[in-house]
Design a protein around this ligand. Sequence first.
Ligand code: 5AD
Ligand code: FES
Length: 354
Amino acid sequence: MDENFRKLNSYINDLAERGDLTDEKFLALITMPDGETDEILQKKADAVRRERYGTDVYVRGLIEFTNFCKNNCYYCGIRRDNRALQRYRLSKDDILSCAAQGYDLGFRTFVLQGGEDAYYTDERICDIISSIKNAHPDCAVTLSIGEKTRASYQSFYDAGADRYLLRHETADEVHYGRLHPAEMSFSNRMRCLFDLKEIGFQVGAGLMVGSPYQTAENILSDLRFLQKLNPDMIGIGPYLVHKDTPFQEQKNGSLTLTLRLLSILRLMFPYVLLPATTALGTIHPNGREMGLAHGANVLMPNLSPVGVRKLYSLYENKICTGDESAQCRNCLEQKVKSAGYKIVTDRGDVKREP
Ligand code: 5AD
Ligand code: FES
C-alpha cells in the first residue's frame, strides 16, 4: 500500500477514536489530495452520526425576514453598498403566517434570519419572538440577526428565543480583516459568541469554506476555536461568488473540501447539529444529500414567501427561489429518503450525551 495513503488512513482512525488530532495531522487531512481517503473519512463520520442520531434529519424553517443590512462584508450580496439589490422587509403578520404554514408542514423550529437592520428594534424582535412562541409553544425559535449588545441578546432570550446562529466566519484575526471592512471587528464577533453562550442560548458558529484568502492554517484555527467555543451547531458551506460585491473576481469554494470538513467536524463533535446548507445545495444539485452522507444531520429549507426569496441573495444562483419551491419540505422529503435518511417532526435539540 502507498505510504501516504497508510499515513492518512491512520490519522482518520485516530480522529474517529479520539475526536482530536495534532495540528500537523489535521493539516494533512485538510490538504490531502481528493480521493479514496475522503471515502474512508465519510464512512467513519456517517457511522458516528448514525450512532448518535440514527437516520433522523432535523428540519428548520428558515424565514429570511429582511435583506436590509448596515454591514458591508466583502463577500455578501446583501451588503449595504450593493445598490443593485431591491430591499424588502416582512411584517410581523407575514412572519407569523410563514411560521403557521411551516407548523402545518411539520416544522418545529423556526429560524429568523436577516441582515443587521435597525428597523427591527429589540422591542420589535422580542414581540415577534413571543408571538411565535405563544402560537407554537412546542417550537424552538432560533435567531440569526448578527452582532448585538449583550443586553439585547439577554432581552431576546428573556422573550423566549432558544438558539442563536452567528457564524464566526474565520477564527484568524488577520483573515477576518481581509473579509470585512475596518468598521467590523473580530473581537466584537468573539464577544458576541461568548455572551450568547453565557446567557444560555444554544449557539451556532461556523464558516465559509474556500472564502477568499483562506489557508489550511486558517481552517485549523477554526477547528481549534470551535473546540474552545464548544457550540451546539456548526454551519459550514462553500463560499460562493456574488457579482455585486468587491469579491466578484474571486473563486467559489470547493465541494470536496466542504464535505471533508463536515466529516471532520462530525468526528470531532459527535453530538453537534450540522446542517447541509443551501450553499452546498447551490454548488452541486445533490450537495445537500451528499452533506447528509458526510455527517450532516440538519436541513434548513426556506419558508420565506416565494416573492422575496430571490432578493435574499447572499450569493448567486441560490436554489429554492422559483415557483416550484413553494413547498421545500415535500421536495426534500424525497431527496432525504433516497439518500437513506428520514426527516422527523421534532424540535431537534442537541444530543450532548449518547
Ligand atoms: N457565499 C457563501 N456563504 C455566504 N454567506 C454570506 N455570503 C456568502 C457567500 N457569498 C454566509 C455567511 C453568513 C451566512 C448567513 O451566510 O457565512 O454568516
Ligand atoms: Fe427547496 Fe427542493 S428543497 S425546492
